[in-house]
Every structure is written in C-alpha cells, then in structure tokens.
Write a protein that binds this ligand. Structure first.
Ligand code: G3P
Length: 217
C-alpha cells in the first residue's frame, strides 16, 4: 500500500519525506489557497521535491479547458498526475489525456458508479472522498469496498486512492480492503505512528537504563 501526503505545504512534504513515509503527493485548489507562494512556483518545487506522483488539479469546467490546463501542468515535472473532477466533461478529458499518455486522478468521487465510469475512461487513479461521505452520515469506507470489488471484478488497472482521510481508522480500513493508495494529511500521518503504550514503555526503559550499572559511563 502506498502513502501519499495530502498537502501543498512544502515543509510538511519535506518532513514526511525525511521520515521516509511518503510515496507521492496530492494537492487541490483549496490546499494551494492556504499557502503564501505563487501556485506555479510552489507546484514546481513540490514536483522537484518528491520522486513519486504529484497530483495537480485543473480548474476548467470543459474537457477542452481541462486538457489545455493539463498540458501546462505536466510541464512542472515528469511525475505530474493531472487531477480531473468527476463530471461528464472530466471523463471526456480523462479519455483524451489517457490517449496522450498523461496520468490522471479522477477526484470528487462519491459513488461506486462514478468510479466505474472513471476507470472505463482510463483514469490512472480514482479518489473516493471518504471523510466527506462520513460527514453526511453515510459510510465512506463502504464506498471504497465497492470500488475495490468492481475494479477486481473487471481487472481494471485504475488504482483506488483513498482521499479525504480524517483518522488512522480510515488508513487501517483502507489497508484491510486492499486499497492501492491512501492520501494522508500530515496530522494523521503523525497519529499513525503513535501509541500511548509505546510512549509509556519507552519512558520505563529509559528510566531503568539510568539505574543500570555502567550505563552512560
Ligand atoms: O485532496 C482531496 C481530499 O483529500 C480532500 O480532503 O479533508 O478537504 O475532505 P478534505
């Protein structure tokens, strides 16, 4: 299972990279809006910082606009994956970009049928937004389960990229379901590593070590 980091913040990307925890990056317009730097400069820096795929999103609404933007986005690095919204125009853009050999990530996926359409269009990734599904009282992980089943049934090469992750439980359930990738905010990434019994155990070991004859000498 691959972990991407869901951020446009270079500092977070560098920290996660230093821990050896990330295989790629996903961004969206809202994440770029939180940053101070010009988005083009920042996108270029992100693409240079990581070896793995970097999802950059288009904002056009027609297939023609999306394809035009995608051509600009792929100039930022060889690892760019163009993020396309799950609309009919988006599907047309995905089909065209796939034909051009450009990787795509279909975003804002909230139903298994949307994921099926994206896979049929040739998307490299689909991004079910599990947290936002949970927010409206439905079960985000049930969506992931259905997508994984459909892709397995038909042997699609499209990868399931679990997005809108809010907690470690989303990651555990994604792993149990066999999702290909989860894109994780930095704060959730930190939570994955921590356990109160690890902290308690480490404190006890260090306290005992201070009493050990010859230790620290
Ligand atoms: O990158 C898209 C996605 O992960 C958004 O997450 O928390 O805004 O629902 P969130």
């Amino acid at each position: 299972m691959r972990f991407f980091i869901d951020t446009a913040n270079l500092e977070e990307i560098r920290r996660a990279k230093a821990y050896g925890l990330i295989d790629g990056v996903t961004t969206n317009p809202s994440l770029f809006a939180r940053e101070k730097e010009d988005w083009r400069t920042l996108a270029q820096k992100i693409c240079a910082e990581v070896e793995g795929p970097v999802s950059l999103e288009v904002v056009g609404l027609t297939a023609a606009e999306m394809v035009r933007e995608a051509r600009e986005l792929v100039q930022f690095g060889p690892n760019v994956v163009v993020k396309i919204p799950m609309t009919m125009e988006g599907l047309a853009a995905v089909r065209e970009l796939t034909g051009m050999g450009i990787d795509t990530n279909v975003t804002l996926v909230f139903s298994p049928l949307q994921a099926l359409l994206a896979a049929k269009a040739g998307a490299s990734y689909v991004s079910p937004f599990v947290g936002r599904v949970d927010d409206v009282g439905a079960e985000g992980m049930a969506l992931v389960e259905q997508i994984v089943t459909i892709f397995t049934n038909y042997g699609f090469s499209t990868q399931t990229l679990v997005a809108s992750v809010r907690s470690p439980m989303h990651i555990l359930q994604s792993a149990l379901l066999g999702a290909d990738v989860a894109t994780i905010p930095f704060n959730v990434l930190e939570k994955l590593a921590s356990h109160p019994l690890t902290d308690k155990g480490l404190d006890a070991f260090l306290a005992d070590w201070k009493k050990t004859p010859g230790a620290g000498a």
